[in-house]
Design a binder for this molecule. Sequence first.
Ligand code: DGY
Length: 319
Amino acid sequence: MKVFINKKIPEVGVTMLKDAGLEVIIPENNNLSQKEWHSYCKDADAILNVGQNQFDKEFFGKYSNIKAIALYSVGFDHVDIKEANKRNIPIGNTPDVLSRATSDVAFLLMQSVARRASFYFQKVKDNNWGNFDPLYELGQELYGKTLGIFGLGRIGFEMAEKCKKTFGMNIIYHNRNHNEEAEKELDAKYVSFDELIEQSDVLSIHANFKPEQSNLFDASVFKKMKKTAIFVNTARGGFHNQKDLYEALVSGEIWGAGLDVTNPEPIEDNDPILQLTNVCILPHIGSATVEARNGMARLAAENLIAFSKGEKMPHIANP
Ligand code: DGY
């Protein structure tokens, strides 16, 4: 079986595939042109895909030679799962191994915004240290505050656990289903969407993104949030309307925002949100640790090896 890997990944995954007898094709160039992408795809049996390439109806129609896809991501919003199912193509993903790293980034963003870290770091870089001033640009403490989680799966649980243990925060959540583990271990309370946005001091998104949730967090939502609330998104930029978020941050409808994902991505260099001092923005680095990225390579390889043996992928988005 010939596997096309579209970007270099940690060696552990490549070695596993080769040791299992699979042929592995990795281009020298990490940023393929459309033409190169096309010629690699049409020559492979399976893809180990890094990044947000769209696997839609058109792709599956054009490359009927592709029999399996192992995503190097936990998210699969760039795959038309219905179409893959119709064609019997398994779509592997990489859950769990990046939950800690991604929730660490949510936790980091929450604190950076609460303590105005980007604002102060910019001042230091501008050679503007300033004098001790009892009233100047104060942050807020998170002890005993309410964390609202939208989408309480593995990553949301890790975030909730850190917030509970570190700051004794109360956890509320909104999800498709009840999360009994979180209710038992973290005393998390299930609330309606409106209760979530109205009661959260920190609102953190950890759900899988679906197209129908596009711009779910818009002006009408920000209006209902507390003026002291911090909005954190480490899931997908499509969840929030970035123009509305900007307006809410400027008008003081909410207090600040921490984003590891933006809408669109990458962020446009003239996006006015970049000028605000009450935001902290990172370039989608949730899983960017050695540990998480090695784990992702291992899981993606396990998926393709299982497939090559005629077995079910162990980590699969379309079971
Ligand atoms: C994921 O694994 O889904 C990360 O967001 C990277 O795309």
